[in-house]
Design a protein around this ligand. Structure first.
Ligand code: PLP
Length: 226
């Protein structure tokens, strides 16, 4: 199948689930996860109107950003972050979804180039407390959010998670993320708090049913990765 068709199919799934979940039209944005796929495919998706792209590996991402720098793409970093990578991330990305400690946020803020807008940040929550995944625990979210929201060159947008695979329709982890997101929103301490980043190819429906407003889709747009 052609990439244009796959992209269209994903958008249709998002629309369908928006209706089923009784969400407002146009409140869920699609982040195309292009890791391990070549620049040509990103460009193809861009020609179809896709602007937001997610990458996990810094070196690979920097090459793609350079190759596409004259186009108005929006780049999201969605991989684990080591502190020696923060400068390049802060200089080249518009969003970071995977901040899970204050030191990383401080460095992103300090290293943001002066003439740039603040970098958009989500805090990654390890909602199922899985050893294989990054992120803070649920009960650490408020403290970290408060510390990050004090930083000058960061716009704290919300939360990100990779909930564990759906087990016989059980979407409890997605629901817990939604509750946490709404709880922090309700405190009215974070003026830019508007983003719940969750949902991948296999579980975008469950994510949208539980309040996600950025879904991160790779395989169902670009095909399998090597
Ligand atoms: C790879 C990746 C995705 C996309 O996953 P697919 O199953 O290919 O849709 C989304 N989020 C993160 C954090 C990823 O690493």
């Amino acid at each position: 199948m052609k990439l244009a068709q796959r992209l269209q199919d994903v958008k249709q799934r998002i629309l369908d689930q928006t209706v089923i979940a009784k969400r407002s039209a146009g409140t869920i944005s699609l982040l195309a996860v292009s890791k391990k796929h070549p620049v040509a495919k990103i460009d193809e998706a861009y020609q179809c109107g896709q602007k937001d792209f997610g990458e996990n590996y810094l070196q690979e991402a920097l090459e793609k950003i350079e190759a596409l720098k004259y186009k108005d793409l929006v780049w999201h970093f969605i991989g684990p972050i080591q502190s020696n990578k923060t400068r390049a991330i802060s200089e080249h990305f518009d969003w970071v979804h995977t901040v899970d400690r204050l030191k990383i946020a401080q460095r992103l803020s300090d290293q943001r180039p002066q003439n740039f807008d603040p970098i958009n940040v989500c805090i990654q929550v390890n909602i199922d407390d899985e050893a294989s995944k990054s992120g803070i625990l649920k009960n650490e979210a408020l403290t970290l959010a408060r510390a990050i929201s004090d930083l000058p060159n960061i716009k704290l947008r919300g939360l990100m998670a990779i909930p564990k695979a759906i087990n016989e329709g059980d979407d409890a982890s997605f629901r817990q993320m939604h509750d946490l997101f709404e709880h922090l929103a309700g405190l009215n301490e974070f003026p830019d708090w508007d983003t719940l980043s969750m949902g991948m190819s296999a579980d975008l429906e469950q994510a949208i049913a539980n309040g996600a407003n950025i879904v991160r889709i790779g395989t169902d747009i670009f095909g399998p990765r090597n």
